[in-house]
Ligand binder design. Structure first.
Ligand code: PLP
Length: 397
């Protein structure tokens, strides 16, 4: 798997490895190999009617942040990008930039919970209605369309059950009804899924995850058509004020240098570990689109050229047992986020999808850059907790 096989690739495309590693010699900065941090709030004018090089005040644009925006736009195959203080600042501004009072939004029901809360608490206050739909079914999405539907909001795959939406079907439907499409592409990163090439209008990212890659900064980006980004920058970004700092932009550019390499390694390690867990007793399901057993694996291969590092398992155990197991893991820390160098585990809750009365608990795992064999050794403590002999002991009690 690799960019060569990308379903939406264009002829002679520069591959991500080269895009992130190669900078042209830049006379403006004495040929410095790292783009400087313009640690300025203010840029003064040469004269009253000569506003310098276009920069005036860092809430309206900063050269270091603009450089990151150019690199992100190139990687995502977009015309233009706008960076933000966090993924949520990017998501909320992208949505606000496309809706007015009286509009209707269709959103996939398993969307990232912050996005869902934004829709529920903010959009409802401004008379924008939201319908949540099962994103795996284009028929359900079609049924939700109304005369005033303005935005179809997607996240593929979703980040708890890792279900996909069929992007080409969603784009055709949206075009048929004149609906704007916005998609969260954080999981696959700009290396593994080029959703603008598939016809999505705006793509959003939490750069906090893979682009930063080191769990030390937060950031977000919206990427798409230049005219849409220009309007979003001028109004939603500047006036809501959720800006990215130049120092953060510099750390994000450092993260970008190794993004394709890390994504490749993370995708391989995660596949190995998901495969290992898939064979274990009492694991009812491994929700990872990279496994052939995933119900949408074929679609995943068509839409993505590689995999993210986050997936979930549905374990036949109650929450307390699941937490005991997770708490004693040595190499997995317990935490919320993903996309950093470190492996993480999180007991999310009882799954509502249980098919029988046995308790089933959802655990989300993020695979980091550790050696996969060490991670598998750590996870093999599973047998002591849930293996056949453990099961026999439970039954004997
Ligand atoms: N999108 C997804 C899929 C996420 O998981 C998150 C955060 O966990 C966000 C967006 C929000 O990003 P941030 O925390 O940078 O605001």
């Amino acid at each position: 798997m690799g960019s060569r096989n990308h379903p939406f690739s264009v002829e002679n495309e520069t591959l991500p490895y080269t895009l992130v590693a190669h900078d042209e010699h830049d006379e403006r900065h004495q040929g410095a190999v790292v783009f400087p941090i313009y640690q300025n709030s203010l840029f003064t004018y040469a004269a009253s009617d000569k506003p310098g090089h276009g920069f005036k005040y860092s809430r309206m644009g900063n050269p270091t942040v603009v450089e990151l925006e150019k690199r992100l736009a190139a990687l995502e195959h977009g015309e233009s990008a706008q960076c933000f203080a966090s993924g949520m600042a990017a998501i909320s501004s992208a949505i606000l930039s496309r809706v007015n009072a009286g509009d209707h939004v269709i959103c996939v029901s398993q969307v990232y919970f912050g996005t869902r809360e934004f829709m529920d608490y903010f959009l409802s206050r401004y008379q924008v209605e939201v319908t949540y739909v099962d994103g795996t079914s284009i028929d359900r999405i079609r049924e939700a369309v109304r005369d005033n539907t303005k935005v179809l909001y997607l996240e593929s795959p979703t980040s708890y059950y890792f279900q996909l939406q069929n992007l080409q079907a969603c784009v055709s439907l949206a075009k048929e009804f004149g609906i704007d499409t916005i998609m969260d592409n954080t999981w696959a990163s700009p290396c593994h899924q080029h959703v603008l090439d598939a016809g999505i209008d705006l793509v959003v990212h939490s750069l906090t995850k893979y682009v930063s890659g080191h769990s030390d900064v937060l950031g977000g980006a919206v990427i798409g058509k230049a005219s849409w980004i220009e309007r979003l920058s001028r109004i939603d970004h500047q006036l809501l004020g959720g800006i990215m700092t130049p120092h953060t932009a510099s750390l994000m550019m450092r993260g970008l240098r190794t993004l394709p390499l890390r994504m490749e390694r993370l995708g391989e390690s995660t596949t190995k570990i998901a495969r290992y867990l898939n064979g274990l007793p009492r694991i009812r399901r491994v929700n990872f689109p990279g496994l052939p057993e995933h119900p949408q694996h074929e679609l995943a291969k068509q839409q993505m050229t590689g995999w993210g590092s986050l997936f979930s398992i549905e374990l036949e155990a109650d929450m307390a047992q699941a937490k005991q197991w997770v708490d004693q893991l040595k190499l997995f820390r317990i935490g919320l986020s993903f996309g950093g160098y470190e492996s993480l585990a999180l007991v999310v809750g009882a799954t509502p999808e249980s098919e029988d009365t046995r308790p089933v608990t959802l655990i989300r795992l993020n695979i980091g850059l550790e050696a996969p064999c060490d991670l598998i050794r750590d996870l093999s403590s599973f047998y002591a907790f849930f293996g056949e002999s453990a099961q026999e002991q439970v039954q004997a009690q």
